[in-house]
Design a protein around this ligand. Structure first.
Ligand code: DP6
Length: 350
């Protein structure tokens, strides 16, 4: 892991001098998945998860105070955001306003370079960038851990995008009576020494997902008989993953990541009604990953709330893996990502 991947977000400066701030954050891909909340409001997960932040697909978000406005204004790539997406951003701003004791509404302008809602972690980079920009604009002086807790409230996986490289999100204490002041659930960086990994991202379908991940997660926890066994085995997977990262053993990292992801999708397939994100194209890419492995190239797959496949391999093998994957599905676009930086403030305006 290069040193810039440990970048921690810049703290905000004095409240009176800042009326806008711009932040950038990158998506992360979980190698040990987060799937299932024990507290929907506080976004507290049942299990710990671990991810790699990418060096591609950044999200840039500017938050500007609008003292005269009655409502928040939210745009994505210049287009006003409505519905559930807007509701989530406004609820997040309410949280920030409450903490800051400042009632002003805001203008939130986001530029995304990743397809939104296609299981490519746009909510992770989105809420990580929003957390850093909004905290600064509203004058909250938060360190990286506190920003991770804050970003978590927008979207669970965003807690990990505050950090670069590899990050572990602690599920936190399971007290059964979690409150807003519970500080135990946040992400932190995990050293991955000599590992030189790449994630080859095969976008087989860039359209929005049929079932939003929030709803799919809830349904899985409530109805899938496989959920609890997966959550229990995910604890062992995390132990194996940390050990594999410590040894910089890419094959072990990949094996654990692949089985954890397939297990997560098994829990969804067993939900009632079933949630199936994996498509025929996904399985075709998975076949090509198996072929690569059989031919001696270490390559391991992971999938999130969508049909797209992320293939973990050595950076030195990434072009070859990308070539093998590209040929399998017509129209599939392939991107190569390495470990990327944590969320950071770009600038503040007076
Ligand atoms: C499959 O973080 O998008 O990508 O907390 O409801 O916003 P909410 O969910 P979100 O879920 C991500 C799920 C996943 C696995 C992962 O990133 O760990």
């Amino acid at each position: 892991m290069r040193s810039e991947h440990r970048t921690t977000p810049v703290r905000s400066r004095e409240r009176s001098t800042v009326t806008s701030a711009t932040a950038v954050a990158h998506p992360n891909i979980a190698l040990i998945k987060y799937w299932g909340k024990r507290d929907e409001h506080l976004v507290l997960p049942w299990t710990d998860s671990l991810s790699m932040t990418l060096d591609i697909f950044p999200t840039t978000t500017r938050v500007r105070l609008a003292p005269e406005a009655e409502h928040d204004e939210v745009t994505l790539d210049g287009v006003p955001v409505a519905g559930e997406a807007r509701r989530r951003v406004v609820a997040f701003l309410e949280l920030v306003r409450e903490r800051a004791g400042l009632p002003q509404r805001a203008v939130v302008e986001t530029e995304n370079t990743v397809p939104t809602g296609a299981g490519l972690a746009s909510s992770a980079s989105g809420f990580a960038a929003l957390a850093v920009a909004a905290a600064s604009t509203y004058g909250l002086d938060l360190d990286a851990t506190a920003l991770s807790r804050l970003a978590r409230r927008g979207s669970g996986s965003a807690s990990r995008s505050i950090f670069g490289g590899f990050a572990l999100w602690h599920a936190g204490r399971h007290t059964g009576t979690a409150t807003d002041t519970d500080l135990s659930s946040y992400a932190e960086p995990v050293p991955a020494g000599g590992l030189d990994p790449a994630l080859v991202i095969a976008v087989v379908d860039a359209g929005p997902k049929a079932v939003p991940s929030r709803e799919a997660m809830r349904r899985t926890v409530e109805t899938s008989p496989l959920y609890r066994p997966w959550a229990a085995s995910s604890k062992d997977d995390l132990v194996g993953m940390r050990e594999a990262l410590r040894r910089a053993d890419l094959d072990a990292v990949g094996e654990v990541a692949e089985r954890n992801a397939l297990g997560m999708h098994a829990t969804m397939l067993a939900a009632r009604p079933a949630v199936r994100y994996l498509s025929a194209a996904t399985l075709t890419v998975l076949d090509s990953v198996l072929r690569l492995r059989r031919d001696g190239t270490p390559a391991y797959a992971t999938m999130d709330a969508g049909p797209n496949v992320k293939v973990l391999c050595r950076r030195a093998d990434a072009e070859r893996v990308a070539e093998a994957v590209r040929g399998t599905v017509p129209g599939c676009s392939v991107h190569i990502a390495g470990p990327g930086p944590g969320a950071r403030l770009l600038n503040e305006g007076g």
